[in-house]
Design a protein around this ligand. Sequence first.
Ligand code: NAD
Ligand code: MG
Length: 344
Amino acid sequence: MKRIALLGATGSIGRQAIEVIDAHSELELVAAASGSQRIDGLAPLTQTGGDLTDLLERARPDVVLNAVVGFAGLSPTMWALEHGVTLALANKESLVAAGELALRAQERGGGELIPVDSEHSALFQCAKLGEPESLVLTASGGPFRGRVPDELQTVTPEQALAHPTWSMGPKVTIDSATLANKGLELIEAHFLFGVSYERIEVVIHPPSIVHGLVRFRDGATIAHLGYPDMRVPISYALTYPDRAATSVPPLELTTLEFHPPDVETFRLLALARDAGERGGTYPCVYNAANEVAVQAFLERRIGFLEIASLVEDVLGSVDGAAARDLDELVEADRRARDLVAVAR
Ligand code: NAD
Ligand code: MG
């Protein structure tokens, strides 16, 4: 039996995780948490809002599936890593923001960190075959692929929320439309696989069938293919290393196309690469400013292109000094949020 604590149980990943857990008798949901929706009775221990580490202390699970959205996912990520409890990580924002602090906690705790993000799940599986020389992250390109800035000036939240291949929560869907999601994933991949930024490439692959590729020094490139369905990486992470069955149909092969990303139009990808290369708290600041700007866009307080300019402004006005501990990290996140020049 694997005892699972599911954080973010009411979200897109959370609901699909419940489906996966229900389908496997060896997986037991022992604790569940949500941000604001009530979930009484969903698991023996439930919590709405409040301190997520309290719930984890009481539940003492074998696996924490962190499917919270945003920086709010930091404390359960750190708790699991510090305690050597297997972390199935959908909440990329916590790893992006905490970076080295998270890796040091994992070293102390000695537990497994298994990515749930589909691209990183793919890379994790490919990387089992050898020492990666370089990584390729694929991106669908989102609903605005092929557009130029003039055409993006007036796009609405509804248009940005209409993702062509994935059905996901609002924050990650907007991030997919701006390519900030791929920017966050670039930094996530850097920390997960210890590969330097110049050896992580991003390619646009509209059908979202190839989820990631790893190149090896002998000239071999191993790719992971499958339909865009998050139940596959969720199931992989929860049943690791067993690879249990899912109801996802076998892949039918089609033509696969790849293009370079337009980083001039989708500036948040380039800004993430820059923030990642600079290191320190720049990734944390990038994430914080992006979270605030995405919320403002969803509430129609700013336009689509302003998300990138606000993030760029905030990155330009901080020193990015590394956080020595979690308090300093939380402080860097808070300061970055305050710097986003948007009426609340
Ligand atoms: P969502 O918005 O659908 O759900 C978010 C969940 O987090 C909800 O259950 C909400 O109640 C909970 N939550 C929010 N703030 C909280 C807080 N302060 N305390 C406790 N719970 C809180 O989001 P989602 O699309 O399921 O994404 C979750 C995470 O997974 C994000 O980091 C996202 O980037 C990542 N991810 C999602 C997908 C996807 O297909 N949805 C794919 C890859 C990665
Ligand atoms: Mg992803």
